[in-house]
Design a protein around this ligand. Sequence first.
Ligand code: UD1
Ligand code: PEP
Length: 418
Amino acid sequence: MQKIVVEGGAALNGEVRISGAKNAVLPILCATLLGNETVEIRNVPRLHDVVTTERLLTQLGADVIDHGDGVITVDPTTVNSQVASYDLVKTMRASVLVLGPLLAKYGHAEVSLPGGCAIGSRPVDLHIKGLQTLGAEITVENGYIKARADRLRGARHVFDIVSVGATENVLMAATLAEGTTVLENAAMEPEIVDLAQCLNTMGARIEGAGSNRIIVHGVERLHGGVHSVVPDRIETGTFLVAAAMTGGRITATHARPDTLDAVIDKLSEAGARIECDGDRITIDMGGRRPRAVNLTTAPHPAFPTDMQAQFMAMNCIADGVGAINETIFENRFMHVNELMRLGADIRVDGHTAVVRGVERLSGAPVMATDLRASASLILAGLVANGETVIDRIYHLDRGYENIEAKLGALGAKIRRIS
Ligand SMILES: CC(=O)N[C@H]1[C@@H](OP(=O)(O)OP(=O)(O)OC[C@H]2O[C@@H](n3ccc(=O)[nH]c3=O)[C@H](O)[C@@H]2O)O[C@H](CO)[C@@H](O)[C@@H]1O
Ligand SMILES: C=C(OP(=O)(O)O)C(=O)O
């Protein structure tokens, strides 16, 4: 099994090119199922989750071509199955996003329940409820969601709580429904805006994506189109934190600063100088030690849960005490015990972790438990004395494109071993 070895001590310097967003490309690949022509997707990151989604679409019968240069084309006209099997769904929760498109296009779909994961139980009741509002008949049998509707009907639906995935699934389904759908308490993440833009390119009529009220005027059919995936704000944030922790100066290029307000605010509070210029974000820590920050995760535009572990790593070596409050997932502190193995001083009380910064961490073997936990351990390794060896990095490959090469080019001492 592969591992990552990091030797701490180097301040990061230079430029890093940001990849397309994992959390945008996955729903967009699923959305291609809605069309009647080939869709070309550009700025696709090379990630394990993308390969899993390609496999899933292929299993459904779509003709998926990965052109290898960040371009994928999907021809959905050959789809001949509406069943997403447990084998693939269990490896990637986002697979449940084929439910809305298959149901809307074919009138029926069977998608395995994804089950929980390391960060929480993660049910899909809100996806099901939203599709039921549009007229779907849904049962859950033998571990599968079985959905049926001759044609979905537009309706007003209020999500009980803000859910990115449920908003995406119902939004996609509503594009082919009869009449108008109004989604209230919708998620406002930039990835939803990107999905809506792609769908509109395919002929959908969606207004209000990026606000908490999305209006979808259903159309008879969608066509093909070309769409370029929004830059990954979580990858960007991870590199910015790496620079802040190591006292370095880096520029993230091909980024979208306007999607990172809460993260940039917290880095400024930690003492970083940040300048945004078009698609470039420069962070300069000038060799200083970051100051500890308090933060609370919440739906966009508040602080993203997907950056919580990375900021926890920063607080571990910051000056002062920072409280981190996780409100999205019930169990997203799996990295705490691993960070403590590196010498961090962290106390967890329910959904809050209080981190007292120490001058220096010390390298040790650690285990990655989920995607962002893996990133936090790399970040901690960058500032630890000696070697940190991170095991179970397959989590990392789900969501970061070539992270060791990108960090290495910025001066980090990092390598992958088998
Ligand atoms: C592929 C993708 O885009 N993943 C992101 C997406 O996950 P995902 O779409 O799974 O996250 P949600 O926004 O749906 O989850 C938010 C909260 O709602 C709960 N919930 C969700 C659906 C449901 O039917 N019932 C329910 O109770 C979840 O358990 C969680 O506590 O948004 C999360 C929150 O920003 C991010 O951390 C993930 O990186
Ligand atoms: C939790 C994440 O992803 P997923 O929803 O795909 O598990 C993440 O990207 O941090």
